[in-house]
Design a protein around this ligand. Structure first.
Ligand code: FES
Length: 254
């Protein structure tokens, strides 16, 4: 009996199932995405081939862009244009409620799974720097919303080939990308709060009630949209990159 009590106190967990598989997959998934995105952002090349612009470089706001979306920054900027913009979607994802749960568990082991002991001895939650910055998520939502509008514009431009209207595989890749990113953005918890929060009576604001209902339905699948959009946005950059370098040929469907 005394030995059993000791085991309970000292063991990290008494779970006998494969609880560590999910955190491991998250480390592999998020880790690969971070490595690839960082590499792609510093390439400063092969991010545009008419009519496709990589989402990692959109909107392209500096004069040194191969395809300027919005001329905000002059020629003095000579680093990769992606560095001017990627902090917005990066900050949006890093402060996302779902990803917070995922990376707190898998990278920091706080805790790694239900009924598994935390790696840290004390619990501070998100009350101290740097985690208190997670409260910026609602502002990142608005910034990411502006970026999303540009991505929709890029998807529309992807139909505009040098010889007129057309549809290539790349057009579909960009279109799926922006649809998935929209599902991810509009299923956001902050978006749901913006739609229906701070209201005493839904009956007095039918439009907000309707939008809250839609956001609530989307919110139920937020984790799924988070992963699908993450994988697809990296794939979209890769696709544009491979076409731009001549590694693959973009098949024209129409
Ligand atoms: S909660 Fe995930 S994007 Fe807002």
């Amino acid at each position: 009996m005394a030995q059993n009590s000791l085991t309970l106190v000292e063991a990290r967990t008494l779970r006998g199932d494969l609880w560590w598989v999910e955190p491991l997959l998250v480390v592999l998934g998020l880790g690969s995405f971070i490595v690839y995105t960082t590499w792609a952002a510093f390439q400063n090349a092969h991010y545009y081939i008419e009519p496709y612009l990589s989402p990692f470089y959109s909107p392209c706001v500096s004069a040194n862009c191969r395809h300027v979306s919005l001329p905000l920054i002059g020629p003095w900027w000579n680093l990769s244009p992606a560095l001017l913009i990627l902090w917005i979607p990066g900050g949006f994802r890093a402060t996302c409620y779902y990803y917070r749960k995922a990376y707190y568990r898998s990278f920091f082991w706080l805790p790694p799974a239900c009924a598994v002991r935390d790696a840290a001895k004390s619990y501070t939650g998100e009350t101290q720097f740097p985690f208190i910055l997670q409260n910026l998520h609602r502002y990142f939502f608005w910034l990411a919303f502006v970026v999303l509008l540009f991505l929709w514009w890029d998807a529309i431009l992807a139909f505009n080939f040098s010889d007129g209207f057309g549809i290539g595989i790349g057009t579909l890749v960009l279109l799926i990308n922006v649809v998935l990113l929209s599902l991810y953005s509009f299923s956001c918890h902050s978006c749901r709060h913006l739609c229906g929060g701070n209201l005493n009576l839904f009956s007095k604001a039918p439009l907000r009630y309707r939008s809250w209902q839609i956001a609530t339905r989307l919110n139920e699948h937020h984790m799924l949209y988070a992963w699908m959009s993450l994988v697809w946005v990296a794939f979209t950059d890769l696709y544009v990159r491979l076409v731009a370098t001549g590694t693959i040929y973009d098949v024209r469907l129409f």
